[in-house]
Unconditional design. Structure first.
Lengths: 48, 290
């Protein structure tokens, strides 16, 4: 019984976390800054 | 029983090798580059993978999480989107991306097998990666408004700097003063020195970059303590043979702390019957071996 409660508690906590993070990603995906990440080609790789 | 242990060790090694090869080819899967000679900038580049893979690499399909994080800090904005992606990977897998997916980790593992001399490094060196994360990636990028870590990142030099300097005249031209023709790419030379040092060190030290410098490893390591997939040690059957420590790619004795931030979750130690991969039952950090 104790293990089952632990399992349910964990599932709820992790599900909550994942839903929150998923909503955060979806809400921010169409944002201008995220599109700028895609165009993030700089010359820092050669140190200049 | 000993034969079974050897069979599981070989199976785990092949599993890791397969994951690393697939990840290397998948993350760097923009093979259209050889036809168009243009770096991919499509929809997938908005997404990060939990490995240090430079997004300026000619073959890269995804953004580097550290490079993208710095971009947000440079512009003074909170990287909610990126932190959410990193958190999802971290909460699910911990540092598994380092052990099974990272191309630079793959290279260091390969080089270590070639080396003959073995050197162990003191544990306090591992704290340096947190200084790199908070000092260089966050603070310096914010104050200087430039991607400070990318300027010194040896992975970026190997995956993007060298290929672009050889393939694109415009990039190579940036290393020289346009009017006088004098060489100005001193940071390029410093990065080359850093990269060479790390590659030479990898011949004798297990994964020196991942353990000492990698800011992404430092960030994902924070999730190891409560990630869903975790390493479970059965202390009733463990006879402290320390075989897990010898085969570990980061010299970690998993029996002392199975949730250590240094563990890269490569699963090699799970060839021992006392160590297994499990889904965590209780997400509270103070409960041991839940």
């Amino acid at each position: 019984m104790k293990a089952f409660i632990k399992f349910c508690f964990t599932t709820v906590v992790y599900l909550f976390l994942f839903v929150m993070l998923y909503i955060s990603i979806v809400q921010n995906y169409e944002h201008e800054e995220v599109e700028m990440v895609a165009s993030l080609i700089c010359y820092s790789c050669i140190g200049v | 029983m000993y034969n079974r242990l050897i069979a599981r060790t070989i199976a785990n090694r092949w599993f890791q090798l397969t994951c690393q090869t697939v990840a290397l080819l998948g993350i760097n899967g923009h093979y259209d580059f050889f036809r168009t000679w243009k770096i991919y900038q499509g929809k997938l580049k908005s997404f990060c993978v939990p490995v240090l893979n430079c997004h300026s690499c000619p073959l890269a399909l995804y953004a580097c999480p550290i490079g993208a994080l710095q971009f947000f800090f440079m512009t003074g904005r909170l990287p909610v989107y990126l932190l959410s992606i990193i958190s999802i990977f971290g909460i699910s897998l911990g540092r598994m991306g380092c052990g099974l997916l990272c191309p630079f980790g793959f290279l260091q593992d390969f080089l270590f097998r070639l080396g003959k001399v073995r050197i162990e490094i003191p544990g306090y060196w591992f704290h340096l990666k947190y200084a790199v994360l908070f000092g260089v990636v966050i603070a310096l990028s914010f104050y200087l408004a430039l991607p400070a870590f990318c300027k010194i990142c040896p992975v970026a030099l190997l995956e993007a700097g060298f290929p672009l300097a050889f393939l694109e005249e415009e990039v190579a031209g940036r290393l020289f003063n346009q009017s006088s023709g004098m060489f100005t790419g001193w940071m390029f030379l410093i990065k080359t020195f850093l990269l060479t040092s790390i590659l030479i060190a990898s011949l004798s030290i297990k994964r020196p970059f991942c353990r000492i410098f990698c800011p992404l490893g430092a960030l994902l390591g924070l999730f190891n303590r409560f990630s869903i997939i975790h390493i479970h040690v059965d202390y009733d059957t463990c006879n402290n043979c320390e075989r897990c420590e010898r085969m570990c790619p980061v010299d970690l004795n998993i029996t002392r702390n199975s949730d250590s931030a240094e563990c890269v979750r490569c699963m090699k130690c799970t060839s021992c019957k006392s160590i297994s991969t499990k889904l965590r039952l209780l997400p509270l950090p103070f409960v041991k071996n839940a």
